[in-house]
Ligand binder design. Structure first.
Ligand SMILES: Nc1ncnc2c1ncn2[C@@H]1O[C@H](COP(=O)(O)OP(=O)(O)OP(=O)(O)O)[C@@H](O)[C@H]1O
Length: 717
């Protein structure tokens, strides 16, 4: 070991021992205070503070910090070392910081500082603080043992350039079946997204592997820390594409010490809000339809039902239909329970139009009807003669029932169904509105709704109707909403979520180049920006990709260039080199044995997780059977899957989105399965960019035009 490195190591060992001594002392002190079980409020608060300190100290006890930054604030004589960790720890007696929480303002320097001798500054609650960085050091502490000390900048030494050796070391590690936190290596451009202000809709276009999902999760942890008086974990929500993906990311927030944030899919959330009144058609069927191969394969253009029903125009269409209902629903007659008693239509209309105007529609109806009932009771009270009163009561109740019946009330589903009924076409729709719906869509929707079934693209519409009919209660509003894989969301879905989200506080992340569900997703980000108030949106682009090696990224970029007229962005790799991408051609008969041999070979190296990607579900199942029969233990991942197990997985390519594997082997990369279309280029790009260290593309028939001409030293055949 070099002397300076040895010195650094010794220095950090000493500091670590001191830190442990202090943490242990504090923990022992807390242990001696028994938990409070009484009713005194102040004592209860103090007890909960002690409890949260206990939890933080327990986290800090094994890995107290991961970074050190020596910062000399302007006006001070010397730099102060700041140790940065997942949780902040104070020195008990002095309130001096032993460890700074990574989310604290001063810790932003650790992430935003990318080298150089110039002064730097950070935004503190008291304004900008400027100063000089003297040292930036990464430390790896595992189970209380100091494993690595890496300086990325040292003002006093020779190490002036920030070569992020530490980042490369972290990226080179293998992955298991869960996404991990990245607190120790957050990059500057990611940090500015994590720390961006709360009340704006942030749209982030990020290339595959740029850390979008990871950044979103860290941002939630940051918002909870920075805006702790304004946001609550249970009022924050993250929407992800499917349950398996949710399982895959489920470890990150607990690792960051935040729990209770809602993590769900749009469909699950919507169905719950609709009180399970409808059922969703089996999503597998839809996936099978859109991802079939051969000449029957549908084109994903704007004529797709999902594009129509996901549009803002469809939302406006519904609004107009609801408007028609609003204008016509209240009965246009007086209410007269018996001769001589009359509640005028005008009075009731006024209650409806003026007094209860700001209530949701079904509530307005309930309110007016309840008031009519009260009026009836009051009229009855005026009648003294017993037999007449009895008669009036009977007649009055019957009239009220009739009157109530003539004012149709709806659930979101029954109203939606009404709109799609060919027979009652004029009910709440003008001829013009009615004719806007393509006939085919009308018929297919009507048929499905009759069976109480809906497509995913109907859910936003149903929730929109719900919002107008019963309103959105406080407990259904969010302090912050994250939408991951947002390119697959429709503008209508986002507009709907905006109704549920306070102050347009959104983080919306996605990648247009991975828009493989273009039958419902967006084509450009402007489709979302247009939904928000002007001046309350921000757009970021993340172009650096951290997941894959240089070779894999160069290769994936070539696929995009061959298939897309103008890719939104090409990924820029960090300098991490691995094996060349391998294009393998084999005879059909030799495929399975060759595949097994190749997997074994990968496993004798460092590879832990392997994905074999197949173009369709049917092909996945067939490969699964063949590999299993040959004695290879593999997991089949199918649509609707809840968990991701790791190991060797057989996955339809379209299901692999969002996941990552040490090695990826894409099967059947030929002209039938991956023709030179935009759709297939995106699909193949998704497949290629799932790989961290090794990528192989296999084919038996002639290679796909999307890979055939790719040349360079990053690929071998
Ligand atoms: N700053 C970083 N330090 C270390 N690892 C990082 C960093 N940023 C991202 N990564 C790693 O890169 C990989 C990709 O991250 P993530 O899945 O969040 O990206 P993504 O943009 O959502 O990808 P995709 O769109 O392809 O699904 C993960 O393994 C993540 O841990």
């Amino acid at each position: 070991m070099e002397i300076s490195v040895q010195n650094a190591y010794d220095e950090e060992m000493k500091r670590l021992e001191d830190t442990f001594t202090e943490i242990n002392r504090q923990l022992a002190e807390l242990k001696n205070i028994p938990p409070y079980t009484g009713h005194d409020h102040t004592e209860q608060v103090l007890d909960s503070i002690r409890d949260s300190r206990r939890r933080s100290l327990a986290v800090a006890q094994t890995e107290p910090y991961f970074g050190r930054l020596d910062f000399q604030e302007a006006g001070q004589e010397q730099p102060t070392p700041l140790y940065i960790g997942k949780v902040g720890v104070e020195k008990d007696t002095t309130l001096q910081l032993l460890v700074v929480d990574w989310r604290a303002p001063v810790a932003s320097l650790f992430y935003s500082y990318t080298g150089g001798l110039d002064p730097v500054e950070y935004d503190s609650p008291d304004g900008l603080v400027a100063g000089l960085v003297y040292l930036k050091r990464n430390l790896v502490i595992r189970k209380q043992i100091l494993q690595r000390v890496v300086d990325t900048f040292d003002r006093t030494g020779n190490n002036m350039a920030v070569t992020d050796e530490f980042l490369l070391y972290r990226l080179g590690e293998n992955k298991d079946n869960k996404l991990r936190d990245i607190v120790s290596t957050i990059q500057s451009e990611q940090d500015s997204i994590i720390r961006a202000v709360k009340n704006s809709a942030m749209l982030i276009q990020g290339v595959a592997g740029s850390g979008k999902t990871t950044v979103a999760l860290h941002r939630l942890a940051y918002l909870l820390y920075q805006y702790r008086d304004q946001v609550r974990a249970e009022r924050m929500i993250i929407f992800a594409p499917n349950r398996m993906f949710l399982d895959y990311i489920s470890g990150v927030l607990p690792e960051l010490g935040v729990g209770d944030i809602q993590q769900t899919t749009f469909a699950d959330w919507a169905l719950e809000l609709l009180e399970q009144e409808v059922k969703l058609v089996d999503p597998v069927e839809q996936l099978r339809y859109w991802f079939q191969t051969g000449p029957a394969r549908p084109i994903m253009d704007d004529s797709a039902a999902g594009r129509f029903k996901g549009s803002v125009r469809f939302m406006q269409w519904l609004e107009q239909a609801i408007g028609q209902y609003e204008a016509s629903a209240a009965p246009k007659t007086d209410f007269s329970p018996w001769a001589g008693a009359k509640l005028s239509q005008q009075t009731m209309q006024e209650w409806y139009d003026v007094e209860y105007r700001f209530e949701p529609l079904m509530k307005r109806r309930d309110r007016v009807l309840a008031r009519v009932k009260r009026w009836l009771e009051m009229e009855l009270d005026k009648v003294w003669e017993t037999s007449l009163k009895k008669d009036y009561k009977k007649n009055g109740s019957a009239r009220l029932r009739e009157f109530t019946k003539s004012w149709m009330g709806y659930t979101p589903f029954s109203f939606y169904k009404e709109l799609f009924q060919t027979a009652s076409k004029a009910k709440f729709l003008t001829a013009e509105l009615y004719n806007e719906i393509p006939q085919e869509l009308l018929a297919s929707t009507e048929a499905l709704l009759k069976k109480k079934r809906v497509m995913p693209e109907d859910l936003a519409a149903l929730l929109y109707i719900r919002s107008k009919f019963v309103g959105i209660h406080g407990d259904l509003t969010f302090d912050h909403t994250v939408i991951d894989e947002a390119q697959d969301f429709s503008p209508f879905q986002v507009a709907l979520l905006n109704l549920h989200t306070r102050n347009q506080s959104f983080t919306i992340l996605g990648d247009l180049s991975q828009g493989i569900h273009a039958y419902m997703g967006i084509r450009k980000w402007e489709e979302f920006t247009a939904l928000f108030e002007e001046g309350k949106t921000a757009y970021f682009q993340l172009n650096r990709s951290y997941r894959s090696t240089l070779e894999i990224i160069y290769f994936a970029n070539e696929v995009l260039k061959l298939g897309l007229e103008q890719p939104v962005a090409l990924a820029v790799p960090v300098f991490r080199s691995g094996d060349a991408v391998n294009i393998v051609q084999v005879e059909e008969a030799a495929l399975i044995p060759s595949l097994i041999a190749a997997i074994h070979k990968l496993q004798t190296g460092d590879i832990t997780t392997v994905a074999v990607l197949a173009r369709t579900e049917a092909r996945s199942e067939a490969l699964f059977k063949q590999l299993n029969a040959a004695g290879l233990p593999v997991n089949l991942i199918s649509a609707g899957q809840q968990h991701y197990e790791g190991g060797i997985s057989i996955v339809p390519t379209f299901m692999s989105k969002g996941l990552e594997f040490d090695a990826v082997m894409i099967m059947d990369v030929d002209g039938l399965n991956y023709p030179a279309t935009e759709q297939d280029a995106k699909l193949l790009y998704v497949g290629c960019t799932r790989a961290l260290h090794s990528l192989q593309l296999w084919h038996t028939a002639t290679a796909s035009p999307l890979i055939e001409t790719i040349q360079g030293d990053f690929v071998v055949r």
